[in-house]
Each structure stands twice: as structure tokens, then as C-alpha cells.
Design a protein around this ligand. Structure first.
Ligand code: ADP
Length: 161
């Protein structure tokens, strides 16, 4: 059984993430979306909220599971016996950082963990969680960027509606 993990902060999940997850779910028997607890960035949403939003957005995909993890991704992969990491690439600016992380994970795992990159669908190439938060903070229209339930939570966080 081919299992892959898609790690990230998902603060909050966007249509860009969801597109990658849906496409990955067609390639692997199971995709575990792993929400990081220990991101260097201070998240807007709590871990529970981030997991909840993913669960609400992905309830129709039977082979996708939402989990969270703390510490090194490699330790999580070891514990769960996972050998494939999925990451999304939006632009050349993502590449340098992602390449470094992928090579680090390969080294740390003694070549047991490889990273598979999926390139963004063009319509989502501009999308990031940070951009969505910025628009929502000014009460701008985020309906093209995130599912309705995520948009509601975002507006509420910023005291709109
Ligand atoms: P991080 O906090 O590690 O940057 P994110 O939660 O923002 O992680 O994103 C997780 C993964 O999703 C990363 O590989 C990122 O490149 C990818 N990603 C984010 N937005 C998009 C998008 N619009 N299209 C494709 N991939 C994306």
C-alpha cells in the first residue's frame, strides 16, 4: 500500500492545498495530511482549528486522513512507516527552500524518505495562506481562495461579519 504524507501549517487551508491533496489522493492509496504544531511562524488558528478546517474541507475523500505532529517530519515518517512526502511548488521562489528541505529529509532518513513535488494548478499559483489572511483582515473577498466554512472562520477571527 502506497502511503504519502503532505505536511504543512495549513493556517488556514486554501484551494491551493486542497487541489494538491485531491490530485495526490488519485496517485496514492492513502494520503495523510499532517498539520505541524511547531511551525516557526506564529499561527493565526490553533492546531485544533486547522485540523477541523481540513476535516470539513476533505470529508468527501475516503483515502485522505488528517493528523498532526510535533517535532521532525522524519521522526513522524519513521513512526508511521511512511516513505513519501508530498510538497507543492507554486513558483521558482518555492524551489530553493523546498529543495533544501527535501534533501535534508533524504539525508536525515538515510535515503528512506523521498519528496514528490506537485506543481500548482495555474489558477491557484498566486494563493498562499498569508495572502488570504491579509485579504480577510481588510474584509476583502476571499471566496475564490478558500471554502466557505474557512472564509467564515477567517472573517470572524478578524472581527468582520
Ligand atoms: P509551510 O508552512 O511549510 O510553507 P503551507 O501550509 O503553507 O506550508 O503549505 C504546505 C505545502 O503546500 C507547501 O509545499 C506549499 O508549497 C504548498 N502550497 C501552498 N499553497 C499552494 C498553492 N497555491 N499551490 C500549490 N501548492 C501550494
Amino acid at each position: 500500500m502506497k502511503v504519502a504524507v503532505y505536511p504543512g501549517s495549513f493556517d488556514p487551508v486554501t484551494y491551493g492545498h486542497l487541489d494538491i491533496i485531491k490530485r495526490a489522493s488519485l496517485m496514492f492509496d492513502e494520503v495523510i495530511v499532517a498539520v505541524m504544531c511547531n511551525s516557526a511562524k506564529t499561527p493565526l488558528f490553533t492546531l485544533d482549528e486547522r485540523v477541523k478546517m481540513l476535516e470539513e474541507s476533505l470529508k468527501d475523500l475516503d483515502n485522505v486522513r488528517i493528523e498532526s505532529f510535533d517535532g521532525l517530519l522524519i521522526d513522524y515518517c519513521n513512526k508511521e512507516n511512511i516513505h513519501i512526502v508530498i510538497r507543492g511548488l507554486r513558483a521558482i521562489t518555492d524551489f530553493e527552500y523546498e529543495l533544501q528541505i527535501a534533501q535534508t529529509n533524504k539525508e536525515l532518513s538515510h535515503n528512506k524518505v523521498d519528496t514528490v513535488f506537485l506543481t500548482t494548478s495555474l489558477i491557484y499559483s498566486y494563493l498562499s495562506s498569508s495572502v488570504v489572511k491579509e485579504i480577510a483582515s481588510y474584509n476583502g473577498d476571499i471566496t475564490p481562495c478558500v471554502p466557505e466554512s474557512v472564509a467564515d472562520r477567517l472573517y470572524k477571527k478578524f472581527g468582520h461579519k
